[in-house]
Design a protein around this ligand. Structure first.
Ligand SMILES: Nc1nc2c(c(=O)[nH]1)N[C@H]1C(S)=C(S)[C@@H](COP(=O)(O)OP(=O)(O)OC[C@H]3O[C@@H](n4cnc5c(=O)[nH]c(N)nc54)[C@H](O)[C@@H]3O)O[C@H]1N2
Ligand SMILES: Nc1nc2c(c(=O)[nH]1)N[C@H]1C(S)=C(S)[C@@H](COP(=O)(O)OP(=O)(O)OC[C@H]3O[C@@H](n4cnc5c(=O)[nH]c(N)nc54)[C@H](O)[C@@H]3O)O[C@H]1N2
Ligand SMILES: [Mo]
Length: 767
């Protein structure tokens, strides 16, 4: 048996190969807590859903672009030769550009794809479409768009600040209290964009706990925070975080526990906050009693917690998931307001952190140098959309909308190209997305597997997996370079994205521009040269590329192990101004106020979601559904793998249900249930547990959409995709982020005969 180091978003691994076939991916010895997601690899790589040959939707092959687009997702595919598929794709791209211009091509292609610095599907596609004249791109992400758009006005750019976030190690040394909104899910810290050499969060939290740090967790779900840190669980009504934050702030204010000197020196706008807290703006004082009615957290606990926070070195952590709800900007603004009033920002072990626990890097590690990347080239098309506006864009071309202070218009899209993402996993309200996906004339998808997105395409290109090509691994915030040698031959006729786009570029007369006359190997060697040069400046000599590929992980020293966010700013706020308009922390933003958005005013504001347990809609759909990230896979990736499958219940995605809600509906542990509302429905497998608060269910994302009857609009999904239920409203006009966590549903026991899962069967007819 041969062993090779490899890398994925969920960590480094050691692939085992026998007679040219992958037989397992084990842990890399460097990692103290390796991820079991690796157990999915073998069964996925060789799974029944792998796309083996290029394929074209039957109606598209017979009738051409723009015909019978409502048959997408319904009719079978015909396997064709690479030549035929490439010719069809090149012709569709050329004709669309000639007839409608490049503004009719959507190449946003959001998604995580696979680890690897060169074979990054989205970058490859964007480079190619850029060479072909450009494309409509998408802005931001699904993970934390409210943070990406809001925070530059308040504290500075989130992506720049995240690597300088306060380290857990400083909290263990100096901290006393950590107040978490949305917990610290170790399951999520398994993954980090681009990779994660060592999973560190568990040990860092343990060290804090051993050092006597106390944890408080506002979370509808108890088990998302590791039991070993003994956090106090405060099971708030989902969506009520901002009310609690404001009430904590109100208590600090009226009991004179706030740090006025800090507010004067380092922030602007506290007077506006004060007026709002005491009720001068809307007649409502944001008292603990007021928040208690909204959150179901006892008023006394809110008040005593505010006092505890003021008396301790306190770190406030707000999970990315908390801003993935309606008005998701507000809990972020609330976090910063509260931390500013405590006046401990910039001191070790205190202040605030955003999206800690959302990946295996934030608050844990940073890289000392920039990892190399494939240059994406120039995109000559200006129009773009906020990433979560995909259905709105397709359904409403020409319609005006607002985003981050801009007045924009949706482009008229005739062609979609997706590589490295799965919108039928990630987007909300899938029944609406199905309608939207009927609009374009051509849809092309590059994929490993017959995902729902591939099924809704016209032309499908099979691509290689990370184990079938060579690459350089390096996580966004990780300190290691991980070799990714080619370990097995491509499965079926799969090709590397680079080779697919090179063949297409040749057909379009842009080959030289796309390839710059370089092979994949030459690009990789050039990228390796770049990183070697940077490493040399740090005094680290890297081996030649071949030596790296056949060697082991290369680890760099942690560049800033004791980082404390804004410590320089605290020392000298004039010299180390923030990048906000005032150079200070903006508790009130004149700029945001000037946009005039009622759904995102100029300061942290309580704006109830339209859909939550205290809304009228709860009379109809009395259960709040949370759809967080799955422990057993990365989003929809590897869902057909052994580990993901082992955790299903009668083949359905597990859903956590409180015993009282289950009892009322005659549901017992292990039953299959139907989850439904007026947007759609899906089956799921019941886990009856008091780890979830009453009137709340938790259904992870990632089960592949599997309609009972694809001919029927709004068909039941047999499998458990929560986006059958979520709405397509966004956080606000400011950031247009996904608001997936604000969803009401009902559940009932499923009584009929169980339909078989068919999501992993290739929808292919022999050609
Ligand atoms: N309800 C609800 N929905 C959510 C969320 C939520 O909390 N609740 N979370 C959202 C968040 S934060 C995110 S980031 C998104 C994630 O959404 P996505 O990133 O779209 O999800 P993935 O399943 O990772 O999709 C990646 C796809 O790329 C394919 N792929 C892998 N490698 C390659 C490659 O080399 N080439 C090509 N062409 N394809 C490749 C995989 O097979 C997979 O289908 O989901 C969002 N959706
Ligand atoms: N294994 C694995 N790890 C992953 C991923 C994966 O797919 N699989 N995906 C990765 C990606 S792309 C991302 S963006 C991150 C996401 O990381 P997060 O955004 O942090 O994850 P979520 O699971 O959506 O939610 C975090 C917590 O918020 C809680 N929560 C939900 N609603 C509320 C609320 O209204 N109030 C409060 N206080 N809490 C609430 C949930 O119970 C959960 O414990 O995870 C990453 N890590
Ligand atoms: Mo994400």
């Amino acid at each position: 048996m041969k062993k090779h180091v490899t890398s994925s978003h969920w960590g480094a691994g050691v692939a085992e190969v026998q007679d040219g076939r992958l037989v397992g991916v084990g842990a890399h010895p460097i990692d103290p807590h390796p991820s079991s997601i690796n157990d999915n690899f073998v069964s996925s790589i060789y799974g029944s859903s792998r796309i083996l040959r290029p394929a074209v939707r039957k109606g598209y092959l017979e009738h051409g672009p723009g015909q019978q687009t409502d048959r997408r997702g319904k009719e079978p595919f015909v396997e064709v030769s690479w030549e035929t598929a490439l010719d069809l794709a090149a012709a569709a791209l050329k004709n669309t550009c000639e007839e409608h211009g490049n503004e009719a091509i959507f190449g946003g292609s959001y998604g995580w794809g696979s680890a690897g610095r060169f074979h990054h599907a989205q970058s490859q596609l964007k480079r190619f479409l850029g060479c072909a004249g450009g494309f409509v791109r998408s802005d931001g992400n699904y993970s934390y768009n409210a943070a990406l758009i809001l925070l530059p006005y308040l504290i500075g750019d989130f992506e720049n600040l995240a690597p300088t976030g306060t380290r857990w190690s400083t909290i263990a040394k100096e901290g006393e209290l950590v107040v978490m909104f949305g917990g610290m899910p170790l399951k999520n810290a398994q993954a980090a964009p681009g990779g994660c050499s060592r999973h560190r969060l568990r040990d860092e939290l343990r060290a804090c706990h051993c050092a006597g740090v106390k944890f408080v967790d506002f979370n509808p779900c108890k088990s998302d925070t590791p039991a070993e840190i003994e956090a106090e669980w405060l099971a708030l009504v989902p969506g009520s975080d901002t009310a609690i934050m404001l009430a904590l702030a109100h208590t600090l204010l009226v009991e004179n526990l706030h740090d006025q000197a800090f507010l004067d020196r380092y922030t602007v706008g506290f007077d506006e906050v004060k007026a709002y807290l005491v009720g001068d703006k809307d007649g409502i004082a944001k008292t603990a009693e007021w928040a208690s009615k909204l959150s179901d957290i006892p008023a006394d606990r809110i008040r005593t917690l505010a006092r505890q926070m003021a008396a301790s070195r306190t770190f406030i952590c707000t999970a990315a998931g908390v801003q993935r709800g309606e008005h998701g900007e507000q809990p972020l603004w609330g976090t910063i307001t509260l931390a500013s009033m405590l006046g401990q920002i910039g001191l070790p072990g205190s202040g605030f952190g955003i999206a800690y626990g959302s990946d295996g890097g934030i608050g844990l590690m940073n890289r000392p140098i920039r990892w190399p990347a494939l240059p994406q080239g120039k995109n000559r098309v200006e129009p773009f959309i906020p990433v979560a506006c995909i259905s709105d864009m397709l359904l409403h071309p020409g319609e005006a909308y607002q985003y981050n202070g801009l007045d924009l218009t949706y482009p008229d899209i005739r062609m979609i190209w997706w590589a490295g993402g799965n919108p039928f996993h990630h987007h909300q309200d899938i029944n609406r997305l199905i309608q939207a996906f009927q609009k374009p004339e051509t849809v092309i998808v590059n994929e490993l597997n017959w995902t729902a997105t591939a099924r809704f395409a016209d032309i499908v290109f099979p691509v290689t997996s990370t184990l079938e090509r060579e690459d350089i691994g390096g996580g966004k915030r990780d300190n290691c370079l991980i070799p990714m040698p080619k370990i097995i031959a491509p499965v079926g006729e799969a090709r590397d994205e680079y080779d697919i786009f090179t063949a297409l570029a040749r057909r379009l007369g842009i080959e030289e521009e796309f390839t710059q006359n370089k092979t994949s190997r030459q690009w990789l060697e050039e990228m390796w040269g770049d990183v070697s040069h940077q490493a040399a400046e740090l005094g680290v000599e890297l081996p030649a590329f071949d030596g790296f590929l056949n060697g082991d992980i290369i680890e760099f020293a942690d560049p800033n192990p004791d980082t404390v966010l804004f410590s320089d700013f605290r020392k000298d706020p004039e010299k180390n101004r923030l990048t906000t308009p005032s150079g200070k922390i903006e508790l009130y933003s004149e700029t945001i106020a000037s946009f005039g958005y009622s759904d995102c005013p100029g300061q942290a504001t309580w704006l109830p979601p339209t859909e939550w347990l205290k809304s009228d809609r709860a009379a109809l759909y009395p259960i709040h559904m949370i759809s967080g990230q799955p422990k057993t896979r990365l989003h929809s990736q590897l869902d057909q793998g052994a580990y993901s499958q082992r955790n299903k219940i009668q083949g359905r995605e597990p859903i956590m249900i409180h015993p009282n809600d289950a009892m009322k509906r005659n549901i017992v542990d292990g039953d299959v249930v139907t989850v439904f509302n007026d947007r759609g429905s899906c089956l799921a497998g019941a886990i009856v547990t008091s780890d979830i608060r009453e009137q709340t269910v938790y259904l992870c994302t990632g089960a592949w959409y599997d309609p009972l009857d694809s001919e029927q609009q709004g068909s039941l999904d047999k499998h458990g995709n929560p986006n059958m239920l979520t709405h397509d409203k966004r956080t606000s006009r400011l950031s247009q982020g996904t608001a997936a966590h604000s969803t009401l549903v009902n559940i009932e026991k499923y009584e009929g005969e169980l339909p078989a899962i068919t999501a992993y069967v290739a929808p292919v007819n022999a050609g």
